[in-house]
Design a protein around this ligand. Sequence first.
Ligand code: RP5
Length: 164
Amino acid sequence: MKKVAVIMGSDHDLPVLKGAFDTLESLGIPWEAHVFSAHRTPFEAADFSRTAEENGFGVIIAAAGKAAHLAGALAAQTVLPVIGIPVKSSTLDGLDALLSTVQMPGGIPVATVAIDGSQNAALLAAQILALSDSELSEKLKDLRKQQHEEVLNKDRNLNPLGSC
Ligand code: RP5
């Protein structure tokens, strides 16, 4: 199976990515994490992205806060799908990172999830890989069934005597 790269702009972003790591692990998807800053280590970031496809990656997840241009900078160097996670790390509560990540000019897409939405970033990466991996696709379908059951149980538990 192809790997998922999880790139963060700073190690300060690491706690936000726990949801992504846990989700990738639970689905048995191989992943690799790196700290690359679009402004402090721009050459290393670009080089990683440029060679990601030949190095066995299928999707890149990029998490960054503030003027978050990391996802866009990585997307500029590859045709692999890039998923951006805007990180809440400033006085603007992540709105700055959300707009910086989501508002990519035409031609270089970044699929942007919610602020700090690392679980969904991992699930979206999994769904992309599942297009060519039926076993992974089944795991994702099972996960949906689980969520469905969980909500139905919560509904039932609200009315222990049964509804009218
Ligand atoms: C971004 O700026 C990082 O992604 C991080 O969220 C934020 C602050 O990073 P530091 O300057 O604290 O390392 O580049």
